[in-house]
Design a protein around this ligand. Structure first.
Ligand SMILES: Nc1nc2c(c(=O)[nH]1)N[C@H]1C(S)=C(S)[C@@H](COP(=O)(O)O)O[C@H]1N2
Ligand SMILES: [Mo]
Length: 224
């Protein structure tokens, strides 16, 4: 429905050329060093470069989601599907985590301070049914990305509304984004609006365009 504020229709404005370039990188296996660091001997995963700024990556649209219009729908194979307003979301028990960012385009950024609601808190709230194996995130720009339930349930995963003590900026996914620190950053959906629990895997935006289905930076799971 075009006039449904919860149903993003921005996907038509996305940067098709940029997406084609990244698909081509995936085809060519660009940035793959072939060196693994499964034991995390180094803090910086193979092929990554440390940055101190915070680059912005998107599909060409940065949805302007007003806090009072923001909704988070959590549905699928759960006992308690729920729709949260931003106030209700922020009323859940809070968590704070510090984590490193590793982007597949080869930059990493250390020690990011996040405030928000832990994935574990969300999981306790909605209670995934036994058959649940995967989670798919949907964003206001039409972006999607998928992870296994166990990846979402990891104890460092957060739905962040603040970074370095300030509300998360619009270009970085505010009001609320997902942060999955152990995976490349494309798995961390910005402007998240829907979390669908499922008994099967549904590949997301980049996962259907040549990116790896998992995304472990220590194994260089960049492309499929
Ligand atoms: N909704 C949405 N989430 C997204 C993306 C996007 O285009 N749309 N890009 C992904 C990619 S590829 C990366 S590297 C990070 C970038 O986050 P940043 O702009 O805050 O650095 O967001 C991820 N989440
Ligand atoms: Mo990325």
């Amino acid at each position: 429905m075009a006039d449904d504020p919860e149903e993003p229709a921005i996907i038509g404005q996305i940067k098709d050329k940029l997406i084609r370039t990244k698909e081509k990188w995936a085809e060519d296996g660009r940035l793959i060093t072939g060196h693994q660091d499964a034991g995390h001997a180094n803090r910086l995963p193979p092929g990554q470069k440390l940055v101190t700024n915070w680059p912005v990556l998107d599909l060409g649209a940065q949805p302007d989601v007003k806090p009072d219009r923001w909704r988070l729908q959590i549905l699928g194979t759960v006992e308690n599907p729920i729709v949260l307003t931003l106030d209700a979301f922020k009323g859940l028990p809070p968590s704070q985590f510090v984590s490193d960012i590793h982007c597949v385009t080869s930059w990493s950024r250390y020690d990011n301070h996040w405030d928000g609601i832990a994935a574990r808190t969300i999981i306790d709230l909605v209670k995934p049914k036994l058959e649940t194996t995967h989670v798919l995130f949907h964003s206001y720009d039409g972006y999607t990305t998928n992870v296994k339930l166990e990846v979402f349930a990891d104890d460092d995963v957060i739905l962040a509304h603040s970074w370095e003590g300030e509300p998360l900026a619009r270009e970085h996914g505010g009001p609320v984004r997902v942060v999955i620190p152990k995976w490349y950053f494309w798995k961390s959906a910005k402007w998240v609006t829907r979390i669908v629990f499922s008994d099967h895997d549904v590949p997301g935006f980049w996962e259907t365009r040549g990116y790896h289905n998992e995304g472990d930076p220590w194994k260089e799971e960049r492309y499929s």
